[in-house]
Write a protein that binds this ligand. Structure first.
Ligand code: NAP
Length: 493
């Protein structure tokens, strides 16, 4: 069985305790690799390395343009290793190889984009209101960034943090999810080859419950960039608040996908399917509440069920598979318990609802694509994030009604609107409480487009021009060139 090592200070090292955790392939059910079960001493060693590297001339002597060169080299190395990184995530996480090839083709674009941006962040000379002063601002990196990622798309979620953070000149400690660590540890091998000095990027694996507090509580960590559930996010944010760390929180969602009666039905059906069943619903942006206007409610559901009923479940390495396994056992159990909960609350099951065990799938963690109709927004299936292939279909009457239902949620990550009426589209996009609104589309993301949540879906955004500033702090410098004594507090200049 393959054994992975932590990556600290430019070297692959065994955990302090020499303890290991098995990682299972959710398609075969077999343990296929071991990852380090790190402890607090490993956590401290990783922060030591990142902290030393941040202060070292080896890193600070790279100017912004030179950091851009390193990021471009890293992007090229990712392209070179795309196939093996993609296969590792499929094995570890059950993601479809077709999706992973697409992700690995796209991930380098984030590094190219922020490589280009690294030397274009300019401070300014202020038109200051006092005589004989030259006052200017510049942007400086924060220091050590702790990146904590979820298991559903480890490399993509990490890229959204690393690309702007390294371009800005920070150093990193990365803690991937215990359920999907392998690809991040393979990725770590590329940093040395790209020319990053030792300690600039460090990765340690293990249980969040065992090393989380040691990492988030370390006062040398200047920022935490977290992706995960709102419950863990709350705890991490509380830790961060103790010493006023910067935070970015990318949390969960219960996103409404809203179809008006005038929508192009073919497009809307395709959008509803990809919104919830892509990646088996294991995405933060899943369109897990489908809001259908009453005149089209029955017919739309009939067509949706017919289309989803023929989805091909199976081997995630097979190019023709459309739905892969649930990524890990706790999540599989959780999805099944959410299905029970929907039954108990009176929703009507119209598709799926059971484990899928045909053919080779019997060894894996498969759940049929599941659709409930007659859901009201008060039911738990409409309020709690499932993070699996379970769709709750809710009827609505008017634009007003759709806005009220959509916004009646603790979450506000994303929303979809399907209509041919541009007036409706614009009004809805303005009124929906969501960080992203897609019109006649769902799930589009880009390195150019900020992504993140309103309300309990998070704090801050990732991607886009502005987000490099989430990894920088502003310094203001005042230079006095006058003759008079400058520090007389009673003289206002
Ligand atoms: P999770 O259980 O909250 O875990 C997220 C990360 O936090 C993991 O690396 C986990 O490590 C770590 N962790 C656990 N306890 C910790 C602690 N006390 N201190 C520090 N770190 C700790 O979430 P998940 O199940 O991995 O991911 C699913 C969630 O992520 C969903 O809610 C989904 O919506 C959200 N998500 C959001 C976005 C977005 O961009 N908004 C994107 C993807 C996913 P262990 O795994 O070792 O416990």
């Amino acid at each position: 069985m393959q054994r992975y090592l932590n990556y600290i200070d430019g070297a692959f090292v065994a955990p302090d305790s020499n303890a290991w955790l098995p990682s299972a392939n959710p398609y075969t059910g077999e343990n296929w690799c071991e990852i380090p079960r790190s402890n607090e001493r490993d956590a401290r060693a990783a922060v030591d390395a990142a902290s030393r590297a941040f202060r070292s001339s080896a890193w600070s002597s790279f100017n912004a343009s030179q950091r851009g060169v390193l990021l471009r080299r890293l992007a090229d190395l990712i392209t070179e290793h795309a196939e093996s990184l993609a296969c590792t995530e499929v094995r570890d996480n059950g993601k479809l190889i077709t999706e992973m090839r697409g992700q690995l083709r796209y991930i380098p674009e984030w590094f190219h984009y922020y490589a280009g941006l690294a030397d274009k962040i300019e401070g300014s000379v202020l038109p200051i209101d006092k005589q004989d002063y030259l006052t200017f601002t510049r942007y400086e990196p924060l220091g050590v960034v702790l990146a904590i990622t979820a298991w559903n798309s480890p490399l993509l979620l990490l890229t959204w943090k690393l690309a702007p953070g390294l371009a800005a000149g920070n150093t990193f400690v990365i803690k991937p999810s215990e359920y999907a660590t392998a690809s991040t540890l393979e990725f770590a091998a590329l940093f040395g080859r790209a020319g990053f000095p030792p300690g600039v990027v460090n990765v340690i694996s293990g249980y969040g419950s065992e090393i989380g507090d040691a990492l988030t509580g370390d006062s040398r960590v200047a920022k935490i960039a977290f992706t995960g559930s709102d419950s863990t996010g709350r705890r991490v944010n509380e830790q961060a608040a103790r010493d006023f760390k910067h935070v970015t929180m990318e949390l969960g969602g219960k996103s409404p996908n809203i179809v008006f009666a005038d929508a192009n039905a073919d497009q809307a059906i395709a959008g509803a399917i990809s919104g919830i069943f892509a990646a088996g619903g294991q995405t933060c942006m899943a369109g897990s509440r489908l809001l259908l206007q009453e005149p089209i409610y029955d017919e739309f559901i009939r067509r949706l069920v017919a289309a989803c009923g023929v989805a091909k479940l199976g081997d995630p390495m097979d190019d023709t598979t459309q739905v892969g396994p649930i990524a890990n056992r706790p999540q599989y159990d959780r999805v099944l318990s959410c299905i029970e909960m929907a039954h108990a609350d009176g929703a009507t099951l119209v598709l799926g609802g059971r484990p899928y065990t045909e053919g080779n799938a019997k060894r894996g963690l498969f759940i049929e694509p599941t659709i409930f109709r007659d859901v009201s927004n008060e039911m738990r299936i409409a309020r709690q994030e499932v993070f699996g292939p379970v769709l709750a279909v809710i009827p609505f009457t008017s634009e007003e009604d759709a806005v009220a239902i959509a916004n009646d949620s603790p979450y506000g990550l994303a929303a979809g609107v399907w209509t041919k009426d541009m007036g409706t589209a614009l009004r809805m996009s303005q009124r929906l409480e969501a960080g992203t609104v897609w019109v006649n589309s769902y799930r589009a993301v880009s390195y150019l487009a900020p992504f993140g949540g309103y309300k309990q879906s998070g704090i801050g955004r990732e991607s886009g021009y502005e987000m490099i500033k989430a990894y920088l702090q502003t310094k203001t410098t005042w230079i006095y060139s006058g003759e008079a004594c400058p520090d007389n507090p009673f003289v206002m200049r």
